[in-house]
Design a protein around this ligand. Structure first.
Ligand code: GRF
Length: 210
C-alpha cells in the first residue's frame, strides 16, 4: 500500500475527491494524513469525516521559512509517505523540501500551465481574453507552478464569466483531473522522460469535460 499525504490550506475539495476515488477504485494506496498550515481549515473536517489523521503546522508560529519547512518536513516524514500531494496548499515550499521529495510530490494548479502561474488565475485568464481555461497536475520542482506536466483539463471561458463562475467550472474539472493523475501515479502508469511525462498505457493526458 502506498502512503499518500495531502497538504492543504483551505477548503479541501480536491483532497476529498482524491480520498473518495482512492476508495472507489481500490487504488493500491491510502491517504494516511492531511497536513495543513491554517487552524480551522475546512480540509481538516473532510479528513476527519473519512477517519484520516490530521496535523497542523501553523506557519505563523515559525519566525523563518526554514523553521516552518523543517517542522513541516518532520511532520510529513512521520507519516512515511510514498507520495505527497499539494491540494490548495498556499505556502511556497523550500528547495530542500522539494528536492527531497522529487518525483513523488505533485500539485494541482488552476490554470493551463505554463500560462498564469501564481495567484488570481481566473481573473487573469478572463482579462487576457482567453477562450479556454483549466487546470494542470504536475510534478513539483523548486520553481513555483512549474514542473513536468502530468495532465491538464480545459474548460471554456464563457462570455460574461466572472472569476467566481470560471473558478467553479475549473474546480469541477479539477475534481476529475487530480484523482485521475494520482490514480495513474499509484498504479505505476507514469513515465518521466526528461521534462515530459508519458502515460505508459497511452491514455489521453487531457480532459475536456462536457
Ligand atoms: C484549487 O483551485 C487548486 O487548484 C488550487 O487551490 C484550490 C484548492 O481548492 N491550488 P480545494 O481546497 O481543493 O477545495
Amino acid at each position: 500500500m502506498q502512503r499518500i499525504v495531502i497538504l492543504v490550506s483551505g477548503r479541501g475539495s480536491n483532497a476529498q475527491a482524491i480520498v473518495q476515488r482512492c476508495a472507489a477504485e481500490r487504488w493500491p494506496a491510502q491517504v494516511v494524513a492531511v497536513v495543513g498550515n491554517r487552524p480551522g481549515a475546512a480540509a481538516f473536517e473532510v479528513a476527519a469525516q473519512h477517519g484520516i489523521a490530521t496535523a497542523l503546522v501553523d506557519h505563523r508560529l515559525h519566525a523563518s521559512r526554514e523553521g516552518f519547512d523543517a517542522e513541516l518536513a518532520r511532520v510529513i516524514d512521520g507519516f512515511a509517505p510514498d507520495l505527497v500531494l499539494l491540494a490548495g496548499f498556499m505556502r511556497i515550499l523550500g528547495d530542500g523540501f522539494v528536492q527531497r521529495h522529487a518525483g513523488r510530490l505533485l500539485n494541482i494548479h488552476p490554470s493551463l500551465l505554463p500560462a498564469f502561474t501564481g495567484l488570481h488565475t481566473h481573473r487573469r485568464a478572463i482579462e487576457a481574453g482567453c477562450k479556454l481555461a483549466g487546470a494542470t497536475v504536475h510534478f513539483v520542482t523548486p520553481t513555483l507552478d512549474h514542473g513536468p506536466i502530468i495532465a491538464q483539463a480545459a474548460v471554456p471561458v464563457l462570455a460574461g464569466d466572472t472569476p467566481e463562475a470560471l473558478s467553479d467550472r475549473v474546480l469541477a474539472a479539477e475534481h476529475r483531473l487530480y484523482p485521475l493523475a494520482v490514480g495513474w501515479f499509484v498504479q505505476g502508469q507514469l513515465r518521466l522522460d526528461g521534462g515530459t511525462v508519458h502515460h505508459t498505457g497511452g491514455a489521453a493526458q487531457l480532459l475536456l469535460p462536457a
